[in-house]
Design a protein around this ligand. Structure first.
Ligand SMILES: [Zn+2]
Ligand SMILES: [Zn+2]
Length: 384
């Protein structure tokens, strides 16, 4: 299906994207590079500046039908790359350590295919979204007024997954990736001379209680499925041996399978912070950041993906449990039926977000073929 010359074209694009990675929200050059690639293909429409640096190409059939959206991500990570091939990152401290360069290449391959063979009916939208890594991009895209004209019946995306056999297709109906949110608890007491701590209100004891009690919230029996609370940062006072601290911050990442359980977890975490603060005579405030809803895969789409993988002779790995990490694709699966599936990047491949990670080019063709076949099947089906 994919010509060798096209594969070479998109792998070259991938390496170019890899060399010039950009952080979430700052993907201007990446966006322009992709725009140039898409412009040459001549889509029915190319829309730039969606939800920030996002862009979308529309490939329209001549008859009405469903609209399918394929999503790729533009952003890289604040990870200093430790590779020495010639296309390694030239931006110090920034690299495509999640393989979004490869996902963009795959989406570019899908665009190339439909540029030459428009769908008979319905429409394909290929979206390159910004800011996936901080959970902000998909939500920004959805809230952008231009998105109304692109709102699809189905959202589809793939993510490469190290630790799984190369080109294995990883599927799961229902919750694929867990919801997560960052909790920031600020505690305020009163500083005093370190020689007279009794004259101040130190948050030290409250901090130690939070470090101990926050992780244990997830074990509470009201949760029907796996939840997790991980303390990721804590700061108490300043480095000043003469001062007893008056301020502290504790941060934790909360995870849950269902959005409703995430609401419950954030609620009890907030109550825990205010109870401890009150007992310790402190003022407290709680805020949240980097909110990712859970990514929930549609049953029908998961079944079609399984069949498609079978047709391509690919091994299918049906997962029982949701991945613990989160994906901002969850914003899309809240909007319409959607599917995020994994493609194995190799069992011994460096893990995502690691400094020696690089997207394996020998899964690119699988990505393109899986997506094209899935899109074709969905466009052939009756509307919705
Ligand atoms: Zn990532
Ligand atoms: Zn990623």
């Amino acid at each position: 299906m994919l010509r060798a010359s096209d594969l070479e074209l998109i792998i070259n694009l991938r390496k170019e994207l890899h060399k010039y990675p950009e952080l979430s929200g700052r993907e201007e050059m990446t966006s322009r590079r992709i725009a140039r690639f898409l412009e040459e293909l001549g889509p029915n429409r190319l829309i730039c500046g969606i939800g920030g640096n996002g862009l979308a190409a529309r490939f329209c059939g001549s008859a009405p039908g469903p609209r399918v959206l394929v999503r790729a991500e533009l952003d890289a990570l604040p990870v200093n790359e430790e590779n020495d091939f010639d296309y390694r990152s030239v931006n110090k401290g920034v690299s495509h350590a999640c393989g979004h360069d490869g996902h963009m290449a795959v989406a570019a391959g899908v665009a190339k295919y439909y540029a030459e063979k428009r769908p008979e009916k319905g429409e394909l939208v290929i979206l390159f979204q910004p800011s996936e890594e901080n959970g902000k991009g998909a939500e920004q895209v959805i809230h952008d007024p231009v998105f109304e004209a692109l709102r699809p019946d189905y959202f589809i995306a793939m993510h490469n997954l190290p630790g799984y056999g190369k080109n294995e297709i990883i599927l799961k109906e229902g919750v694929f990736a867990m919801a997560s949110v960052g909790l920031i608890a600020a505690l305020d007491g009163k500083t005093s001379h370190a020689a007279e701590p009794e004259n101040g209100i130190s948050p030290a004891h409250a901090v130690s209680r939070l470090l101990d009690e926050l992780p244990r919230l997830a074990d509470r029996k009201e949760f029907g499925s796996f939840t997790l609370a991980t303390v990721i940062h804590a700061r108490l006072g300043e480095i000043a041996f003469g001062t007893s601290p008056g301020h502290a911050v504790v941060m934790a990442t909360l995870r849950a399978c269902e959005d409703s359980e995430m609401d419950m977890l954030t609620d009890i975490a907030e109550k825990l912070v205010s109870r401890i603060a009150e007992e310790e005579g402190l003022k407290s405030s709680v805020s949240f950041d980097e909110r990712f809803p859970s990514t929930v895969n549609d049953r029908h789409l998961a079944k079609l993906a399984g069949e498609t993988a079978g047709e391509l002779g690919l091994k299918v790995n049906e997962k029982k449990d949701a991945f613990r990490w989160s994906e901002d694709f969850g914003w899309f699966t809240k909007e319409s039926r959607g599917l995020l599936f994994g493609i194995g990047a190799g069992k011994g491949h460096p893990e995502l977000h690691n400094p020696d990670y690089d997207f394996p080019d020998d899964i690119t063709a699988t990505g393109v073929e899986m997506l094209v076949r899935l899109v074709d099947r969905l466009l052939e089906e009756e509307n919705g």
